[in-house]
Design a protein. Structure first.
Length: 427
């Protein structure tokens, strides 16, 4: 012990004599830079990074002496992406059996190991931030994975966690088992206004950045083509969740697929509508008026529809129409895939960009959903979402031109998060 103290003293003296260590300086020479602020890419920019932040962007020029140079002069550089609807603790659930097996046959530590791997996969695909929308029965394990990444113990995307999510009794799996069994739940089961407030406090106390609740279930079409659903919470309960969350300085995301669920979420004043397949003109107008964000998660719908059958394929089609209308009305659309609903290892979540362009966005508009708009929704506009001085150095690069071929974003070859390079295939 004494010897260790001696070593510690020497280390401290060395540190003091050296003064505070100067932050690492890196310069990136870009071919094209899509900074997301301007409508056109900038050619031959030089991005100077100190420590975790961007300090300057200049047209060409030589990097200052003593700066490490990364040559991306044959690449297009963009801000790191945000996927605003993920489940790092889930590995695909096309069928009920897929879901039940994960909750019944996998321990939470095992699931957390896969979650850390998934956060690494996301980073590798260029997603430097994830808003992870509930652990599906894995309690608060998202907060553990978030902390391990934050502390540099494992590489991965930055996580905005929402822990357990909420739904009332009898509306969310596991369901359909013998009443004699005591089983885990995919959410925190919440009934009544006081319990709703308590659940919000509990989840925030355990590290939730966002609160998520399930607004509806049981989706069905009426002959007029409108997608309906059964609403889960009473208005009083939903309002209690939202009010308590806002009072504590956090935000609420609500799973809302059918028009009834979307209407209930908007009445409660949620910050983001998740999925939103059943959006009608009237509800889109209301979302615009209230400034609510819409996270469409098209990739998961398209992926699970063939395996689930029933209404799922028509729901994808309904969402395509709603998306076009929402775009024209100016709803704030945020990139979200629901990855975890489809396996992390099978499909690159950047596939979602292609749907947005197919559904009517320009490539730059699609890029903004995963960068500047996502940052705005997270309240992180001063830190991420664009490439500009003062922001965190979250950068990705691709070989081709994503403004000509949005599919290029599925082939990210360089990833930097907070000034640290995690992937560079341009060497
Ligand atoms: Zn989800």
């Amino acid at each position: 012990m004494r010897r260790q103290l001696g070593i510690l003293a020497i280390v401290l003296v060395n540190c003091l004599s050296l003064g505070a260590q100067a932050p690492k300086r890196i310069a990136i020479r870009t071919g094209k830079l899509i900074d997301v602020r301007s409508d056109a890419p900038i050619s031959n920019a030089l991005i100077l990074i100190e420590g975790s932040k961007i300090v300057s962007i200049t047209a060409g020029g030589a990097p200052p002496a003593g700066t490490e140079l990364i040559d991306l002069s044959h690449a297009t550089v963009l801000p790191g992406f945000t996927d605003a609807h993920t489940h790092i603790l889930l590995q695909g659930d096309v069928t009920e059996q897929d879901y039940d097996d994960q909750l019944l046959k996998q321990s939470i530590p095992y699931r957390a190991i896969l979650a850390a791997r998934n956060a690494r996969i996301a980073l590798d695909h260029g997603f430097t931030s994830l808003r992870d929308l509930e652990t599906e029965g894995a309690m608060y394990a998202d907060v553990d994975v978030k902390m391990a990444i934050q502390r540099g113990e494992v590489p991965g995307a930055r996580i905005f966690a929402s822990t357990r999510a909420m739904a009332p009794t009898g509306t969310y799996p596991l369901m359909g088992f013998s009443w004699e069994l005591s089983l885990p739940h995919g959410v925190q089961v919440v009934d009544g206004v006081e319990n709703a407030r308590l659940a919000v406090r509990d989840q925030i106390a355990h590290g939730a950045d966002w609160i998520k609740y399930y607004s509806d279930h049981g989706y069905f079409f009426t002959p007029d083509g409108v997608l309906h659903s059964h609403v889960n919470f009473t208005d009083e309960e939903a309002r209690a969740i939202v009010e308590e969350t806002h009072r504590l300085g956090h935000h609420v995301a609500a799973h809302s697929i059918g028009s009834d669920g979307i209407a209930a979420s908007l009445r409660a004043g949620v910050d983001s509508i998740e999925h939103g397949d059943g959006f009608t003109d009237e509800l889109l107008d209301k979302a615009v008026k209230q400034g609510a964000y819409w996270c469409p998660t098209i990739t998961v719908g398209a992926y699970v529809a063939p395996g689930r059958g029933g209404n799922w394929a028509p729901m994808v089609e309904a969402e395509r129409k709603a998306f076009g209308k929402g775009l024209r009305k100016g709803v704030k659309i945020v990139f979200g895939t629901d990855v975890g609903g489809f396996p992390w290892t099978e499909l690159n979540q950047a596939r979602e960009f292609k749907y947005y362009v197919e559904y009517g966005m320009t490539p730059l508009e699609a890029i903004r959903t995963a960068t500047s708009t996502a940052a705005e929704m997270l309240g992180w506009s001063d830190k991420i979402g664009t490439v500009e001085p003062g922001k965190l150095a979250d950068l990705v690069a691709v070989s081709g031109d994503p403004l000509a071929d949005i599919g290029e974003l599925e082939r990210v070859r360089f990833v930097m998060k907070e000034g640290v390079v995690y992937k560079n295939e341009f060497k």
